[in-house]
Design a protein around this ligand. Structure first.
Ligand code: FE
Length: 343
């Protein structure tokens, strides 16, 4: 994968430039570093390529590794667009000075202000909610209400949780810091940790499986993990989806915590116009629908279609806290979780 840009650069810059035949000039390219798995982005990039004749070179990898790579490459980076998940990570990219502000009336009009960076360095492209999932045979949803309530001793030994080194939980805590302040959030985290059925381990799907297996009664997970299980043809997954319920947290106050996958134009971009065009394409109605259908994510553009799986989850009120705050509060959230003993 690492060599792909090298090969394209050679093809475009050296090999073809001496011919008069149509060539791939720089203006016909856009280079993408994506922390999203290839299956969750490539088909959209292929469509973009077909519609615009702009060749998309894709490098996929681990989010933190790609960010590090952008930093090391600096102004020599071939990347034009950085795609990653979670506002916390998008903010890290901004803080690392690997992104640049862009001007796009299309993006400003399509994406609600709280789902993009205030300095226009990154834009949310799809939304995921992080909410409460419960064992239907053990928990009456009438007992559930808010994230805050999960620190109540009535849930002692009943909660499974992913570890605190995961950015999804860090962003949830960052949102709670914004809503409730440090003292209240720290007390909450301490109570929440006391309610764990076992030490944190595994990803969101592992937590959902643990709820289904009776290891615990409740967990927090991103909605698309449950959506993937709902789309699965495996009996075990179907059974899980039957046994585990979705509960929308905090409907009577600020709303359920949501986060985004998003993208920004790199500071080193040599194909800035194409980079902006690509991000705009990802907010088109057909792209927005695709996120819902393929990965059970919610669109960022109001009025876009959602899949039948998402319709089954029901409507909910989402927290509209500015997602850039999640990045700003990330360090404080990590330190707070550490003090609370959240492993
Ligand atoms: Fe995920």
């Amino acid at each position: 994968m690492a060599n792909r840009f090298g090969i394209f650069a050679l093809a475009a810059g050296t090999l073809f430039s001496s011919f008069t035949l149509p060539v791939l000039a720089d203006s016909d390219l856009v280079n993408v570093y994506s922390a999203r798995k290839e299956a969750l982005i490539k088909p959209l990039l292929d469509k973009f390529e077909a519609e615009t004749n702009i060749v998309v070179n894709l490098v996929t990898g681990n989010a933190d590794a790609l960010l590090k790579r952008l930093q090391i490459e600096g102004s020599a980076s071939p990347a034009d667009v950085f795609i990653t998940v979670d506002a916390g990570r998008l903010q890290r990219a901004k803080d690392a000075s690997v992104l640049q502000p862009i001007t796009s009336k299309t993006l400003d009009a399509a994406i609600p202000a709280h789902l993009r960076d205030t300095d226009r360095q990154w834009y949310g492209l799809s939304q995921r909610a992080r909410t409460i999932f419960y064992a239907k045979d053990k928990v009456d949803p009438a007992q559930l209400s808010t994230y805050e309530d999960l620190a109540d001793p009535k849930w002692k030994g009943k909660i499974c949780s992913r570890s605190s080194n995961n950015v999804y939980n860090q962003s949830l805590v960052a949102a709670m810091l914004e809503a409730n302040g440090t003292e209240q959030t720290e007390n909450w985290a301490k109570g929440f940790v006391k309610n764990f059925a076992k030490p944190p381990a595994g990803g969101d799907t592992d937590q959902l499986r643990a709820v289904n297996a009776g290891v615990c009664e409740l967990t927090l997970a991103n909605t698309y993990y449950f959506g993937r299980l709902a789309n699965s043809s495996k009996d075990a997954d179907k059974q899980l989806v039957n046994n585990v319920g979705v509960f929308w947290a905090n409907q009577d106050d600020r709303g359920t915590h949501v986060n985004v996958s998003g993208a920004g134009v790199t500071k080193a971009s040599k194909n800035k116009e194409n980079a902006i065009k690509l991000i705009e394409f990802l907010t088109s109605p057909e792209s927005q629908k695709w996120y819902a259908e393929v990965n059970s994510e919610y669109p960022v553009v109001a009025g876009s279609d959602v899949s039948s799986v998402l319709r089954d989850f029901g409507d909910f009120k989402a927290d509209t806290v500015e997602l850039s705050k999640l990045g700003e509060n990330n360090r404080a959230a990590v330190e707070l979780m550490d003090r609370a003993g959240w492993k």
